[in-house]
Design a binder for this molecule. Sequence first.
Ligand code: PMP
Length: 392
Amino acid sequence: MLENLPQVGADPLWELLAEFQADKRKDKIDLLVGVYRDETGVTPVMENVKSAENQLANQAASKAYGMLSGNGTFNRNIAKFILGADNPRLHNQRTIQTVGASGALRVLADFIKRLSPNVVIWNTNPGYINHQPIMEGAGLQVSSFRWQDKGGELDINACFADLEDAVKGDVILLHASCHNPTGIDPSLEQWQQFVDFCKRKKITPFIDIAYQGFGETPEQDAAGLRLFVEQIDEVLITASCSKNMGLYCERTGAAIVMTNDEEKLAGISTLLERITRSNYSMPPNHGAAIANILFSNQEPWLEELASYRDRVNGIRQGLTDALTKLGAPSSMQVIGTQKGMFSMLPLTKDQMIALRKDHGIYGVPNGRINLAGLKQSQTEVLAKALIAVLDK
Ligand code: PMP
């Protein structure tokens, strides 16, 4: 069998990370991997998570198997958090806990493949690096539509020009907030244009909400998603607790399927469970149990989350101020208007290499940087380096 083993290259992002770790320069900066970091460069465990874990350790609940759909309390809590506690459509959905949002994406990709095998999934370009392989891994076909214009803003005309090729039954995959990798989120008016497009062309919206509360408040970050839920019968949603609870390695997420046809809800649950059973049976419970404690007393957790958000926004502002002072082009200053941890620098691959080789600043070759990797004291260093590589 192994004679058929293909030569698969290593993941370029992890190769770059290894290069960063081997780099001897003291002032090197890692803007590669998409995790939150504090001012000391650490990805912390939230204080609220630590105290939830203590509580759980003292309770020492059973480790017996759970349900195929995961932790039922978590499923109710996360649906309320995403849709809003008083959303009348809370009755029109089925939620299952998944192995992170990555697991949710795969479960819903399998779900789509079972029901509509020939549809096209419309994905933003640039887009989240794993969306396309996960969809294709389930045997679905993926097409893309442009997202960012040369000035670093949403290219709404290009979006809809490309999407004109979508046909009835196709699926549009959108990021609810903090678009990865561009940080460019639609305004509410632009979200409504996407809703209108889905209605007009009978396209199913599939909303990935991986950063709720990281761009603005959780309510604001879900506002676009809720427009779809309010106006469209069938909506697919994937969600992550990796960023807003810092539960990355606990692999805690959810998949939600919405429909007004209540007779279909039981069948939806059965199919979702059948899909998880043939993959990994059930998700791990620990992250969901922590999340339930955070959901049950939200204020301290949301305050801690706000401090994360404020730090990233402070970095954005600091970098933008430094770029403005240095007379950077507006396509760079626009970073200040973007949301979440990521932005795409308007730099070529060679300029990104120069940033790495000449300045010890590591970003993804396509220009993506994780602003949370930066300390407030380094914003000026980065701004100067960006100006310096512009003529490379
Ligand atoms: N969707 C998007 C847009 C993401 O950026 C990420 C994580 N980087 C995920 C999904 C996957 O998140 P999880 O860690 O929950 O699998």
